[in-house]
Design a protein around this ligand. Structure first.
Ligand SMILES: [Zn+2]
Length: 269
């Protein structure tokens, strides 16, 4: 799709908050928050690109990694946010797993703290929420790792908390592993997004905008469509198509009786 939308697959890794608490199992608010969460790494991949990319805190100018522990010099994620900002701005769609529940609010909270402006209102697609629309009730897990394993897209790289602790301590080897881990997650999410597309029921994503005046599949943009029945609401009837390229069932946005009056832009069912 040379003229298709720019779709950014994104995944962030964060460091935990630094808090003071009186007791290990204390409920409720901490006694004091020393430092809020910071973004540690952001992996991303453009749909159509062969390779994922990552920006991480240790790449911040002035950051000095240590060989064996010690406090890292830089734990400020402003540079990281400045790096990712124009990339997000350039996207027509941003896809993140639980992205509307975590990635976007976390990034915007960090932008706000740093006195930077917000992201533009481009469309974020939360793959987890979209998947829930068609498999909730099946009993399947909607966690990225489980989905990727089940669909045989690959397995997540195994980690434990020492990876985070070692990165917070500034260890170069740990950061190399963190970048690898984040990139692999975004590669899995990239493949998951392409796989889930034909099942997606979102009204946000519509390839018809990039093929104005043509009847194309709303998911994949193919014009290999076959008229197969009608989509009906209480009041109206719309031509339904089967896409022979991806299996999606787009429908015309025009009511049957109006068809000759306007152009056609198909829409998600
Ligand atoms: Zn299609």
């Amino acid at each position: 799709m040379p003229n298709g939308p720019r779709i950014l697959i994104l995944d962030i890794e964060t460091f935990p908050q630094t808090q003071l608490r009186w007791r290990y199992w204390e409920d409720g608010a901490p006694f004091h928050t020393i430092k809020p969460n910071v973004v540690a790494a952001i992996a991303y991949r453009w749909v159509g690109d062969k390779r994922s990319q990552v920006v991480s805190l240790d790449q911040t100018p002035g950051y000095r990694a240590t060989r064996i522990g010690g406090e890292a010099e830089v734990t400020d994620d402003q540079w990281l946010l400045q790096e990712i900002f124009p990339i997000v701005v350039a996207a027509d769609f941003v896809v993140a797993h639980y992205g509307l529940g975590f990635d976007r609010p976390m990034l915007e909270a960090r932008l706000w703290e740093h006195g930077m402006g917000p992201f533009p209102p481009n469309n974020w697609i939360d793959s987890k929420k979209e998947i829930a629309k068609f498999i909730r009730g099946s009993g399947y897990s909607m966690a990225l790792g489980n989905l990727a394993e089940w669909l045989e897209l690959g397995e997540k790289i195994e980690t434990n908390k020492s990876l985070w602790l070692n990165c917070m301590a500034g260890q170069r080897k740990a950061w190399t592993q963190m970048r690898k881990y984040a990139r692999h997650d975004v590669d899995l999410l990239h493949d998951l997004f392409l796989s889930m597309g034909p099942f997606m029921r979102t009204s946000v994503f519509n390839m018809g905008h990039w093929y104005k005046g043509q009847d194309v599949c709303t998911w994949c943009g193919s014009d290999d469509l076959e008229k197969r029945g009608f989509y009906r609401t209480g009041a109206s009837e719309f031509q339904r198509y089967l896409c022979h390229n991806c299996g999606h069932w787009p429908r015309s946005a025009k009511r049957e009786s109006q068809k000759e009056i306007d152009g056609t832009v198909t829409r998600m069912r």
